[in-house]
Design a protein around this ligand. Structure first.
Ligand code: ADP
Length: 165
């Protein structure tokens, strides 16, 4: 069974992330969405909230049931990948601006664990401008867009910013 980890902050998960997950699951048998605990990054949703939201999104989509899971991890990504028997890391690249950072992380991960390779998927045109940061900025002012995030996430964003009960 080919397992891949898809790491990120997912604060919150967007349709851009989901697009990568749907495409990665065509390549791998199982995708483990790995929420990174990053103390230097201030997040809108807590780790547990982000995990619950992703779980809700997975549960509500039959085609993701059984082959997509979500976990929180601390420490090195390569250590976590080996723990869960993943042979690959999946990352999405939206624009050239993502590239330098991703390339550096890739090189370090390769040094740390040569047996865990990284697969980069280029963002689909429709989602190439979508980021968690952008959807949070829009939701802060009470607006959400269907093409940016799943309905479960848009609801949670509006609640978080006090625009909905
Ligand atoms: P990080 O803090 O590690 O960048 P994110 O949650 O922002 O975590 O993103 C996780 C991964 O998903 C990264 O590889 C990022 O480039 C990718 N990603 C984010 N948004 C999109 C998108 N709209 N299309 C494709 N990939 C994306």
């Amino acid at each position: 069974m080919k397992i891949a980890v898809y790491p990120g902050s997912f604060d919150p998960i967007t349709n851009g992330h989901l697009d990568i997950i749907y495409r990665a699951k065509e390549i791998f048998d199982k995708i483990i969405i790995a929420i990174a605990v990053n103390s230097s990054k201030k997040t809108l949703f807590t780790m547990e909230e982000r995990k619950e939201l992703i779980q809700k999104v997975i549960q509500n989509r039959k085609e993701l049931n059984g082959n997509v899971e979500v976990e929180i991890f601390t420490g090195l990504l390569t250590t976590f990948a080996k723990q869960v028997k993943a042979t690959a890391i999946v990352r999405g690249i939206r624009a050239v601006t993502d590239f330098d950072y991703e390339y550096a992380i890739y090189q370090v991960n390769r040094e740390l664990a040569p047996e865990v390779d990284t697969v980069f998927l280029l963002a689909s045109k429709k989602y190439s401008f979508i980021s968690s940061t952008i959807i949070k900025e829009v939701a802060r002012y009470g607006r959400v867009l269907d093409e940016y995030a799943p309905p479960e996430i848009n609801d949670a964003l509006l609640k978080k910013f006090g625009h909905r009960e």
